[in-house]
Design a protein around this ligand. Sequence first.
Ligand code: CP3
Length: 369
Amino acid sequence: MMPSSPDRAVTHPVKLENDLMLRALRGESVERVPVWMMRQAGRTLPEYREVRERAGGFKDLLFHPEWAAEVTVQPVDAYGVDAAILFSDILVVPEAMGLSYELVEKVGPRFGRTIRSASDLASLHPIDPHKDLDYVMSAIEHILGALHGRVPLIGFAGAPWTIFCYMVEGKGSKDWTLARRMLWEEPALADALLGQIAAATTAYLRAQIEAGVHVVQLFDSWAGSLSHSLYVTRILPHLHSILEGLGGRVPVTVFAKGGGHFLQDLMTLPCTALGLDWQTDRSMARSLAESAPGGPKVLQGNLDPSVLYAQPGIIRAETHRMLDEFGMTRTIANLGHGLYPDIPADHGRAFVEAVKSYPTNTRETTTTA
Ligand code: CP3
Protein backbone atom coordinates (compact mmCIF):
# COMPACT_ATOMS: atom_id res chain seq x y z
CA MET A 1 0.00 0.00 0.00
CA MET A 2 1.28 3.47 -0.84
CA PRO A 3 1.40 5.86 2.11
CA SER A 4 -0.78 8.49 0.47
CA SER A 5 -2.88 7.94 -2.61
CA PRO A 6 -3.95 11.36 -3.94
CA ASP A 7 -7.46 10.21 -4.95
CA ARG A 8 -8.31 9.61 -1.30
CA ALA A 9 -6.38 12.52 0.14
CA VAL A 10 -8.36 14.90 2.33
CA THR A 11 -8.96 18.41 1.02
CA HIS A 12 -8.85 21.25 3.52
CA PRO A 13 -11.03 24.33 3.18
CA VAL A 14 -8.33 26.82 4.30
CA LYS A 15 -5.14 27.04 2.21
CA LEU A 16 -1.96 26.76 4.28
CA GLU A 17 0.38 29.76 4.36
CA ASN A 18 3.24 27.55 5.52
CA ASP A 19 3.11 24.06 4.01
CA LEU A 20 6.83 23.30 4.40
CA MET A 21 6.21 20.24 6.57
CA LEU A 22 3.67 18.78 4.13
CA ARG A 23 6.06 19.32 1.22
CA ALA A 24 8.88 17.63 3.13
CA LEU A 25 6.52 14.72 3.86
CA ARG A 26 5.82 14.41 0.13
CA GLY A 27 9.58 14.14 -0.46
CA GLU A 28 9.73 17.45 -2.36
CA SER A 29 12.90 19.50 -2.19
CA VAL A 30 12.45 22.39 0.22
CA GLU A 31 14.11 25.79 0.63
CA ARG A 32 14.69 24.96 4.31
CA VAL A 33 14.00 22.06 6.65
CA PRO A 34 10.69 22.29 8.59
CA VAL A 35 10.89 22.19 12.38
CA TRP A 36 8.63 21.52 15.37
CA MET A 37 9.28 20.10 18.84
CA MET A 38 7.60 17.20 20.60
CA ARG A 39 5.92 18.57 23.76
CA GLN A 40 6.26 22.10 22.40
CA ALA A 41 3.00 23.06 24.13
CA GLY A 42 3.46 22.92 27.85
CA ARG A 43 5.33 23.86 30.94
CA THR A 44 8.36 25.46 29.29
CA LEU A 45 6.07 28.35 28.33
CA PRO A 46 4.95 30.80 31.05
CA GLU A 47 1.86 31.55 28.93
CA TYR A 48 0.93 27.82 29.14
CA ARG A 49 1.26 27.81 32.92
CA GLU A 50 -0.96 30.85 33.07
CA VAL A 51 -3.80 29.23 31.07
CA ARG A 52 -3.40 25.97 32.99
CA GLU A 53 -3.86 27.88 36.23
CA ARG A 54 -6.89 29.65 34.87
CA ALA A 55 -8.34 26.30 33.73
CA GLY A 56 -7.78 24.62 37.11
CA GLY A 57 -5.72 21.66 35.94
CA PHE A 58 -4.39 19.67 33.01
CA LYS A 59 -7.58 17.69 32.38
CA ASP A 60 -9.68 20.85 32.53
CA LEU A 61 -7.52 22.18 29.71
CA LEU A 62 -8.18 19.07 27.65
CA PHE A 63 -11.93 19.21 28.16
CA HIS A 64 -12.29 22.87 27.17
CA PRO A 65 -11.79 23.36 23.43
CA GLU A 66 -11.12 27.12 23.71
CA TRP A 67 -8.28 26.57 26.19
CA ALA A 68 -6.91 23.58 24.28
CA ALA A 69 -6.88 25.79 21.18
CA GLU A 70 -5.12 28.60 23.01
CA VAL A 71 -2.28 26.41 24.27
CA THR A 72 -1.94 24.63 20.91
CA VAL A 73 -1.29 27.92 19.15
CA GLN A 74 1.08 29.33 21.83
CA PRO A 75 4.25 27.53 20.61
CA VAL A 76 3.61 28.68 17.03
CA ASP A 77 3.93 32.26 18.30
CA ALA A 78 6.52 31.62 21.01
CA TYR A 79 8.94 29.39 19.08
CA GLY A 80 8.07 30.06 15.43
CA VAL A 81 7.64 26.33 14.68
CA ASP A 82 6.34 25.12 11.31
CA ALA A 83 3.53 22.97 12.75
CA ALA A 84 1.12 22.95 15.66
CA ILE A 85 0.35 19.74 17.55
CA LEU A 86 -3.09 19.17 19.00
CA PHE A 87 -3.08 19.78 22.74
CA SER A 88 -4.36 16.56 24.24
CA ASP A 89 -2.86 13.38 25.69
CA ILE A 90 -2.40 9.78 24.57
CA LEU A 91 -4.27 8.63 27.71
CA VAL A 92 -7.64 9.95 26.50
CA VAL A 93 -8.05 6.72 24.49
CA PRO A 94 -7.90 4.27 27.43
CA GLU A 95 -10.18 6.67 29.28
CA ALA A 96 -12.70 6.56 26.41
CA MET A 97 -12.50 2.73 26.50
CA GLY A 98 -13.50 2.72 30.17
CA LEU A 99 -10.40 3.36 32.31
CA SER A 100 -10.26 6.83 33.73
CA TYR A 101 -7.02 8.40 34.93
CA GLU A 102 -5.82 11.36 36.90
CA LEU A 103 -2.64 13.28 36.37
CA VAL A 104 -1.01 13.63 39.77
CA GLU A 105 1.29 16.65 40.09
CA LYS A 106 4.99 15.63 40.14
CA VAL A 107 3.99 11.93 40.08
CA GLY A 108 2.42 11.33 36.67
CA PRO A 109 -0.66 9.49 35.40
CA ARG A 110 -2.62 7.21 37.74
CA PHE A 111 -5.43 4.90 36.59
CA GLY A 112 -8.13 3.85 39.06
CA ARG A 113 -8.39 0.38 37.48
CA THR A 114 -6.10 -1.81 35.39
CA ILE A 115 -6.56 -4.63 32.87
CA ARG A 116 -5.07 -7.89 34.15
CA SER A 117 -7.76 -10.53 33.47
CA ALA A 118 -10.42 -11.58 30.97
CA SER A 119 -13.14 -10.01 33.12
CA ASP A 120 -11.19 -6.72 33.25
CA LEU A 121 -10.97 -6.87 29.47
CA ALA A 122 -14.71 -7.52 29.19
CA SER A 123 -15.37 -4.28 31.05
CA LEU A 124 -13.88 -2.23 28.20
CA HIS A 125 -16.00 -0.98 25.35
CA PRO A 126 -15.38 0.02 21.72
CA ILE A 127 -15.23 3.78 21.33
CA ASP A 128 -17.32 6.17 19.31
CA PRO A 129 -14.88 9.08 18.92
CA HIS A 130 -17.70 11.51 18.07
CA LYS A 131 -19.33 10.71 21.40
CA ASP A 132 -16.58 9.59 23.78
CA LEU A 133 -13.93 12.01 22.48
CA ASP A 134 -16.17 14.76 21.11
CA TYR A 135 -14.20 17.32 23.15
CA VAL A 136 -11.09 16.50 21.09
CA MET A 137 -12.99 16.91 17.82
CA SER A 138 -14.31 20.22 19.04
CA ALA A 139 -10.78 21.28 20.09
CA ILE A 140 -9.57 20.51 16.53
CA GLU A 141 -12.33 22.71 15.11
CA HIS A 142 -11.34 25.58 17.43
CA ILE A 143 -7.62 25.14 16.71
CA LEU A 144 -8.12 25.18 12.94
CA GLY A 145 -10.15 28.37 13.33
CA ALA A 146 -7.45 29.95 15.50
CA LEU A 147 -4.57 28.89 13.23
CA HIS A 148 -6.39 30.04 10.12
CA GLY A 149 -3.96 28.21 7.85
CA ARG A 150 -0.74 29.60 9.38
CA VAL A 151 0.80 26.13 9.79
CA PRO A 152 -0.45 22.54 9.53
CA LEU A 153 -2.01 20.80 12.54
CA ILE A 154 -0.62 17.46 13.72
CA GLY A 155 -3.07 15.02 15.31
CA PHE A 156 -1.82 12.09 17.37
CA ALA A 157 -2.49 9.00 19.43
CA GLY A 158 -0.47 6.57 21.50
CA ALA A 159 0.61 3.37 19.74
CA PRO A 160 -0.93 0.09 20.99
CA TRP A 161 2.08 -1.11 23.02
CA THR A 162 2.46 2.18 24.93
CA ILE A 163 -1.27 2.37 25.72
CA PHE A 164 -1.22 -1.33 26.72
CA CYS A 165 1.61 -0.55 29.18
CA TYR A 166 -0.49 2.09 30.97
CA MET A 167 -3.69 -0.01 30.93
CA VAL A 168 -1.95 -3.04 32.45
CA GLU A 169 0.27 -1.24 34.96
CA GLY A 170 -2.02 1.69 35.79
CA LYS A 171 0.90 4.11 36.08
CA GLY A 172 4.36 4.80 34.71
CA SER A 173 7.07 2.19 35.16
CA LYS A 174 10.79 1.88 34.54
CA ASP A 175 10.76 -1.32 32.52
CA TRP A 176 7.07 -2.28 32.30
CA THR A 177 7.53 -5.73 33.87
CA LEU A 178 3.82 -6.44 34.36
CA ALA A 179 2.97 -5.51 30.78
CA ARG A 180 5.84 -7.59 29.36
CA ARG A 181 4.91 -10.47 31.65
CA MET A 182 1.37 -10.48 30.25
CA LEU A 183 2.69 -10.87 26.69
CA TRP A 184 4.24 -14.22 27.75
CA GLU A 185 1.90 -15.41 30.46
CA GLU A 186 -1.45 -14.57 28.84
CA PRO A 187 -0.66 -14.21 25.14
CA ALA A 188 -4.28 -14.45 23.96
CA LEU A 189 -5.49 -11.90 26.51
CA ALA A 190 -2.61 -9.56 25.66
CA ASP A 191 -3.31 -9.85 21.95
CA ALA A 192 -7.03 -9.22 22.47
CA LEU A 193 -6.26 -6.08 24.48
CA LEU A 194 -3.76 -4.84 21.88
CA GLY A 195 -6.39 -5.50 19.18
CA GLN A 196 -9.03 -3.48 21.03
CA ILE A 197 -6.60 -0.60 21.52
CA ALA A 198 -5.68 -0.70 17.83
CA ALA A 199 -9.36 -0.61 16.80
CA ALA A 200 -10.10 2.33 19.13
CA THR A 201 -6.98 4.16 17.91
CA THR A 202 -7.95 3.68 14.26
CA ALA A 203 -11.45 5.08 14.89
CA TYR A 204 -10.01 7.98 16.89
CA LEU A 205 -7.41 8.95 14.28
CA ARG A 206 -9.94 8.63 11.44
CA ALA A 207 -12.17 11.07 13.31
CA GLN A 208 -9.23 13.48 13.82
CA ILE A 209 -8.51 13.31 10.08
CA GLU A 210 -12.17 13.99 9.24
CA ALA A 211 -12.06 16.93 11.65
CA GLY A 212 -9.18 18.37 9.62
CA VAL A 213 -5.74 17.47 11.05
CA HIS A 214 -3.12 17.54 8.27
CA VAL A 215 -0.72 14.90 9.62
CA VAL A 216 -0.92 12.28 12.37
CA GLN A 217 1.74 10.86 14.64
CA LEU A 218 1.69 7.60 16.60
CA PHE A 219 3.73 7.77 19.83
CA ASP A 220 5.25 4.46 20.87
CA SER A 221 7.11 5.91 23.83
CA TRP A 222 7.89 2.54 25.44
CA ALA A 223 8.85 0.58 22.31
CA GLY A 224 12.37 0.31 23.71
CA SER A 225 11.22 -2.01 26.50
CA LEU A 226 10.71 -4.89 24.03
CA SER A 227 13.12 -7.15 22.22
CA HIS A 228 13.42 -7.05 18.46
CA SER A 229 11.58 -10.33 17.90
CA LEU A 230 8.77 -9.59 20.35
CA TYR A 231 8.12 -6.19 18.82
CA VAL A 232 8.06 -7.59 15.30
CA THR A 233 5.85 -10.59 16.02
CA ARG A 234 3.44 -9.19 18.61
CA ILE A 235 3.30 -5.41 18.15
CA LEU A 236 4.05 -4.57 14.52
CA PRO A 237 0.87 -6.34 13.23
CA HIS A 238 -1.25 -3.95 15.32
CA LEU A 239 0.58 -0.91 13.92
CA HIS A 240 -0.03 -2.33 10.43
CA SER A 241 -3.72 -2.65 11.17
CA ILE A 242 -3.98 1.01 12.28
CA LEU A 243 -2.06 2.27 9.25
CA GLU A 244 -4.19 0.20 6.90
CA GLY A 245 -7.32 1.50 8.61
CA LEU A 246 -6.18 5.08 7.98
CA GLY A 247 -5.84 4.31 4.28
CA GLY A 248 -3.10 6.84 3.52
CA ARG A 249 -5.48 9.81 3.66
CA VAL A 250 -2.93 12.01 5.42
CA PRO A 251 0.80 11.45 6.07
CA VAL A 252 1.50 9.37 9.19
CA THR A 253 4.64 9.44 11.35
CA VAL A 254 5.51 6.54 13.65
CA PHE A 255 7.78 7.45 16.58
CA ALA A 256 8.99 4.31 18.35
CA LYS A 257 11.24 5.58 21.13
CA GLY A 258 14.07 3.19 21.93
CA GLY A 259 13.24 1.18 18.79
CA GLY A 260 16.59 1.66 17.04
CA HIS A 261 17.27 -2.08 17.35
CA PHE A 262 14.33 -2.83 15.04
CA LEU A 263 14.49 0.22 12.79
CA GLN A 264 14.82 -1.97 9.69
CA ASP A 265 11.47 -3.61 10.54
CA LEU A 266 9.81 -0.25 11.20
CA MET A 267 10.81 0.66 7.64
CA THR A 268 8.35 -1.99 6.38
CA LEU A 269 5.37 -0.12 7.86
CA PRO A 270 3.07 1.65 5.38
CA CYS A 271 3.69 5.06 6.98
CA THR A 272 5.18 8.22 5.48
CA ALA A 273 7.76 9.08 8.13
CA LEU A 274 9.59 7.62 11.09
CA GLY A 275 10.44 9.64 14.18
CA LEU A 276 13.88 8.90 15.64
CA ASP A 277 15.15 9.17 19.20
CA TRP A 278 18.58 10.68 19.89
CA GLN A 279 20.32 7.33 20.29
CA THR A 280 19.66 6.45 16.66
CA ASP A 281 22.50 6.91 14.20
CA ARG A 282 21.40 9.38 11.54
CA SER A 283 23.42 8.13 8.58
CA MET A 284 22.41 4.54 9.25
CA ALA A 285 18.74 5.57 9.55
CA ARG A 286 18.97 7.57 6.33
CA SER A 287 20.38 4.69 4.33
CA LEU A 288 17.66 2.34 5.65
CA ALA A 289 15.00 4.99 4.91
CA GLU A 290 16.15 5.51 1.32
CA SER A 291 15.88 1.80 0.57
CA ALA A 292 12.64 1.17 2.50
CA PRO A 293 10.47 -1.50 0.83
CA GLY A 294 7.50 0.78 0.02
CA GLY A 295 9.67 3.67 -1.22
CA PRO A 296 11.85 6.20 0.62
CA LYS A 297 10.70 7.34 4.04
CA VAL A 298 10.92 10.76 5.64
CA LEU A 299 12.93 11.00 8.88
CA GLN A 300 11.95 13.19 11.82
CA GLY A 301 14.17 13.95 14.78
CA ASN A 302 16.39 13.63 16.64
CA LEU A 303 18.43 16.14 18.66
CA ASP A 304 19.04 15.00 22.24
CA PRO A 305 16.67 17.28 24.20
CA SER A 306 19.34 17.73 26.87
CA VAL A 307 21.42 19.68 24.30
CA LEU A 308 18.87 22.44 24.89
CA TYR A 309 20.40 23.03 28.34
CA ALA A 310 23.60 24.18 26.58
CA GLN A 311 24.40 27.74 25.55
CA PRO A 312 22.71 28.91 22.31
CA GLY A 313 25.95 28.72 20.28
CA ILE A 314 26.29 25.04 21.11
CA ILE A 315 22.60 24.38 20.41
CA ARG A 316 23.11 25.95 16.98
CA ALA A 317 26.25 23.95 16.21
CA GLU A 318 24.67 20.63 17.30
CA THR A 319 21.52 21.37 15.29
CA HIS A 320 23.53 22.19 12.18
CA ARG A 321 25.58 19.02 12.63
CA MET A 322 22.31 17.07 12.82
CA LEU A 323 21.12 18.64 9.56
CA ASP A 324 24.48 17.95 7.89
CA GLU A 325 23.99 14.29 8.79
CA PHE A 326 20.33 14.08 7.77
CA GLY A 327 20.56 16.18 4.61
CA MET A 328 17.80 18.60 3.57
CA THR A 329 15.42 16.30 1.70
CA ARG A 330 12.87 14.10 3.46
CA THR A 331 13.89 15.61 6.81
CA ILE A 332 11.77 17.17 9.55
CA ALA A 333 13.83 18.67 12.35
CA ASN A 334 12.68 17.79 15.86
CA LEU A 335 14.06 16.59 19.17
CA GLY A 336 14.71 12.92 19.94
CA HIS A 337 11.96 13.07 22.60
CA GLY A 338 9.81 15.79 24.15
CA LEU A 339 11.12 19.10 25.47
CA TYR A 340 11.96 18.78 29.15
CA PRO A 341 9.75 21.02 31.28
CA ASP A 342 12.60 23.15 32.66
CA ILE A 343 14.26 23.96 29.34
CA PRO A 344 14.26 27.77 29.01
CA ALA A 345 11.96 28.99 26.24
CA ASP A 346 14.90 30.97 24.78
CA HIS A 347 16.80 27.73 24.26
CA GLY A 348 13.83 26.19 22.44
CA ARG A 349 13.87 29.27 20.23
CA ALA A 350 17.62 28.86 19.63
CA PHE A 351 16.95 25.35 18.29
CA VAL A 352 14.17 26.53 15.96
CA GLU A 353 16.29 29.49 14.78
CA ALA A 354 19.23 27.18 14.11
CA VAL A 355 17.10 25.05 11.81
CA LYS A 356 15.78 28.15 10.06
CA SER A 357 19.26 29.57 9.50
CA TYR A 358 20.61 26.33 7.99
CA PRO A 359 22.51 26.02 5.70
CA THR A 360 23.18 29.74 5.10
CA ASN A 361 24.72 30.36 8.51
CA THR A 362 26.77 27.23 9.06
CA ARG A 363 30.20 28.84 8.83
CA GLU A 364 29.41 31.62 11.32
CA THR A 365 27.96 29.01 13.70
CA THR A 366 30.95 26.74 13.90
CA THR A 367 33.13 29.64 14.92
CA THR A 368 30.79 30.90 17.69
CA ALA A 369 30.19 27.47 19.25
O1 CP3 B 1 2.99 19.69 22.82
C1 CP3 B 1 2.66 18.51 22.61
O2 CP3 B 1 3.50 17.61 22.35
C2 CP3 B 1 1.18 18.18 22.58
C3 CP3 B 1 0.60 17.60 23.72
C4 CP3 B 1 1.00 16.24 24.29
C5 CP3 B 1 0.90 16.00 25.69
N1 CP3 B 1 1.16 14.67 25.91
C6 CP3 B 1 0.53 17.01 26.70
C7 CP3 B 1 0.88 16.77 28.09
C8 CP3 B 1 1.41 15.05 23.70
C9 CP3 B 1 1.72 14.76 22.25
C10 CP3 B 1 1.48 14.06 24.73
C11 CP3 B 1 1.83 12.65 24.49
C12 CP3 B 1 2.10 11.77 25.63
N2 CP3 B 1 1.49 11.71 26.84
C13 CP3 B 1 3.05 10.70 25.58
C14 CP3 B 1 3.87 10.33 24.37
C15 CP3 B 1 5.03 11.23 24.18
C16 CP3 B 1 6.15 11.03 25.15
O3 CP3 B 1 6.44 12.00 25.88
O4 CP3 B 1 6.75 9.94 25.18
C17 CP3 B 1 3.01 10.05 26.83
C18 CP3 B 1 3.86 8.87 27.25
C19 CP3 B 1 2.01 10.69 27.61
C20 CP3 B 1 1.55 10.33 28.98
C21 CP3 B 1 1.74 11.43 29.95
N3 CP3 B 1 1.03 12.61 29.93
C22 CP3 B 1 2.64 11.49 31.03
C23 CP3 B 1 3.64 10.39 31.37
C24 CP3 B 1 2.46 12.72 31.66
C25 CP3 B 1 3.11 13.19 32.94
C26 CP3 B 1 4.52 13.47 32.78
C27 CP3 B 1 4.74 14.83 32.20
O5 CP3 B 1 5.44 14.94 31.19
O6 CP3 B 1 4.20 15.76 32.79
C28 CP3 B 1 1.48 13.44 30.93
C29 CP3 B 1 1.01 14.82 31.20
C30 CP3 B 1 1.10 15.82 30.10
N4 CP3 B 1 0.73 15.62 28.80
C31 CP3 B 1 1.52 17.18 30.24
C32 CP3 B 1 1.38 17.78 28.97
C33 CP3 B 1 1.64 19.21 28.61
C34 CP3 B 1 1.96 17.86 31.53
C35 CP3 B 1 0.75 18.40 32.17
C36 CP3 B 1 1.02 19.55 33.07
O7 CP3 B 1 1.61 19.34 34.13
O8 CP3 B 1 0.59 20.66 32.72
